[in-house]
Design a protein around this ligand. Structure first.
Ligand code: WTA
Length: 653
């Protein structure tokens, strides 16, 4: 062991004994199986875990790489696998969803109820003309209807594209246009933190912008009861048409490669990409990771705090837990309402046993608990917990330790799961009954995932040396293409640098010199991760320069104690640089503008004005310098290549 060897945390024996992967030997055996017979490993799992209408005979098709296909000639239905088969297996009366509303009201939905609700919704979609292969955009808050809508699309073979309820009209419009969706499902509004916020009015604004002509019907869920405009012939209240629908709906059997959903996510350039996922391979990994990473058991109460607008809410709310016949908590509200003890109280009340959240939430709840003893986790009984999870961004060791001690009572393993919208499910993660943990490290690849750290030429780096994170073999739940832009799929994920052989994650990583454990060192492209939300710097820059006062803008990230990264924007106005007295008003205006263009999550934390941006003599913006300025670091290096060194002073902030 090297001198700086880190402390290892071992899984408790009682948990390991009964775990799906009960120790490192079992883990290594799985890894070995996958190495010796890669296709056999995945095929066995796919046969065991999924119900196929028509069994597949082919496993992996690499003939048109990197457009890989898995289980291509097999047929199944995702909704059938998530719901019908639980009912058929005697779980009809088991609670599938414990929904807790913003105001604390609890609704329980059994698998039998869910089957009838999904079937009705599926029939409602069909009744307004939605058919297999159509895209349906879902712009809904965290709700039972949100999950039902996703499952209903899956049931009839429509491809859903969920748009996070915090996105603006412009973002919604862009996603509708790009997916040429036939229908939009939304609600009058949403409750968050005791407030009713609008959704339908934002959807109306999006639809009025042009580019959304593909939308034939808008189905509206009544949630807040706020009055909204309904366009005759286009808009219908879902509650009305659902009441008329039959309670059964034969699932549409689709090929394993049939696109289950599109989910738009930020890249380093251009508009967000529509990441296309499959049906069979995706669901397989959703289930397998529920079993191996979360060790899900029949009497567990699972709670993933993500929103269905993000991939985590797809795989670990809408699909994975249901496919495993689990009981899960679904939460409408925010962690700080009515106070910052909300999560802990919900864990106590619902006897949550597996809890999955984001480092940002943990960090902000640490602060809240430090400031107010009344919301400290030690005030709550969380003895039901057995496994904790983290996702979305690196978790700093201090937050990890707090989570481990204060939430998990030093007895619950933490699975620090590294994955992405594009990967469909966990890629690198501890397994709770097997992997000794190191705070801040996502440890080892999920069995069957061949992750590696390479240099720019694709050469594998020795342990202890940082590099680029890649995946060497295609896996079942991977992105299939970028919707409508296969070329972008190739250049973004299978770049020529690696001869098109490796999947490029877009993150840097380093493997520990002793254990080989992976630690993610952050994005290597111009993608920011703010509170676990992915955003392209270029998207924010484009939003800023779309404002009439802005001539030029450059956006960088800077480390932030709570949100992981914070957005810093350097702006050149068309008019003169604002005086100190004038700046706050312009900052406010630009912030509100970005919120309107993209969504409040994209608002810069810090906006600074210069007469210009630091550029090389050839006119390239020096982002490295901007990142240093954003952090408040002294610029010590040679700036003689700068065309205009004087403006550094203006941008110091
Ligand atoms: C980051 C979220 C470190 C990473 C599921 C990745 C992480 C991006 C972790 C994907 C983790 C996610 N440790 N970094 N455990 N999990 N990331 O597409 O930069 O919203 O590329 O998917 O989040 O974000 P996305």
């Amino acid at each position: 062991m090297s001198d700086n060897a880190q402390k290892l945390y071992y899984p408790p024996e009682s948990l390991a004994k009964n775990a799906a992967v009960p120790g490192m030997e079992a883990y290594q055996a799985l890894v070995k199986q996958a190495e010796t017979d890669y296709e056999g490993y995945w095929a066995n799992h796919a046969r065991k875990l999924l119900d196929w209408k028509k069994p597949f005979t082919k496993v992996l098709d690499e003939s048109n790489a990197p457009f890989f296909k898995w289980f291509d000639d097999g047929e199944l239905n995702v909704s059938y696998n998530c719901i019908d088969r639980q009912v058929n297996n005697g779980l009809g009366d088991k609670v599938a969803i414990i929904f807790e509303a913003d105001d604390g009201q609890v609704t329980k939905v059994t698998y039998k109820d869910l089957l009838s609700r999904v079937s009705k919704m599926a029939n409602a979609l069909k009744s307004v003309g939605v058919a297999k292969g159509d895209r349906v955009v879902i712009y809904l808050p965290m709700s039972i209807e949100g999950i039902v809508a996703m499952q209903a699309c899956a049931r009839i073979g429509a491809t859903h594209s969920v748009v996070f309820g915090g996105f603006s009209a412009q973002s919604l419009r862009d996603r509708i246009e790009s997916s040429s969706a036939a229908a939009l499902i939304t609600s009058d509004g949403q409750f968050r933190g005791g407030k009713a916020l609008p959704l339908k009015p934002i959807a109306d604004e999006a639809l009025a912008m042009g580019g959304c002509e593909s939308i034939k019907k808008v189905l509206v869920v009544k949630r807040t009861g706020t009055e909204v405009n309904m366009t005759a012939g286009r808009d219908v209240w879902l509650n009305d048409i659902l009441a008329e629908q039959p309670e059964t709906c034969e699932p549409e059997w689709v090929g394993a490669e049939h696109p289950l959903f599109l989910l738009y996510t930020s890249g380093s350039t251009g508009k967000p990409k529509g990441v296309q996922h499959s049906s069979g391979g995706y669901l397989l990994h959703a289930m397998l990771t529920m079993q191996y990473t979360f060790d899900i058991k029949p009497d567990d109460v699972f709670w993933c705090t993500a929103d269905i607008g993000w991939v985590t809410g797809h795989t670990y709310i809408a699909y994975g837990p249901l496919a495993c016949g689990a009981t899960q908590v679904v939460f409408e509200g925010v962690p700080t309402y009515p106070d910052a003890g909300r999560f802990w109280k919900m864990i106590q009340n619902h006897k949550v046993s597996v809890f999955y959240t984001a480092p940002t939430a943990i960090r902000s709840l640490i602060k809240a608990a430090d400031a107010n003893e009344a919301v400290h986790p030690d005030r709550y009984d969380m003895s039901s917990l057995r496994i904790l999870g983290s996702v979305g961004e690196p978790i700093n060791p201090a937050a990890w330790e707090w989570y481990y001690e204060n939430i998990g009572g030093s007895r619950c393993p933490i699975v620090d799961t590294f994955w992405q919208t594009e990967t469909g499910g966990h890629m690198i993660t501890p397994l709770p009954g097997a992997t000794p943990m190191v705070p801040g490290s996502c440890t080892l690849p999920f069995p069957g995932i061949q992750a590696a750290v390479v240099d720019e030429t694709g050469l594998e780096q020795p342990w202890g040396q940082g590099g680029i994170l890649v995946v060497k073999r295609p896996w079942p739940s991977m992105i299939r293409t970028v919707w409508g832009d296969p070329e972008r799929f190739k250049t973004s994920y299978y770049p020529a640098d690696f001869q098109g052989k490796y999947y490029l994650a877009g993150d840097g990583a380093i493997r520990d010199i002793d254990t080989g454990y992976f630690t993610i060192t952050g994005r290597i492209d111009d993608v920011l991760n703010v509170s676990g939300h992915r955003m392209g710097t270029m998207e924010i820059e484009s939003a800023l320069v779309a404002h009439e006062k802005v001539a030029e803008a450059a956006v960088v990230g800077r480390p932030d104690d709570t949100t992981g990264e914070a957005i810093v924007a350097f702006v050149v106005l068309k008019g003169p640089r604002p005086s100190e007295a004038d700046a706050p008003a312009v900052i406010k205006e630009l912030s509100a503008w970005v919120a309107k263009e993209i969504g409040p999550i994209a608002k810069p934390k810090d906006i600074r004005f210069g007469e210009n941006l630091p550029k090389t003599r050839s006119g390239k913006i020096m982002r490295r310098l901007l990142r240093q300025l954003a952090k408040g670091e002294e610029i010590t290096q040679d700036t003689s290549t700068l065309e205009n060194p004087a403006i550094l002073d203006q941008l110091k902030g």
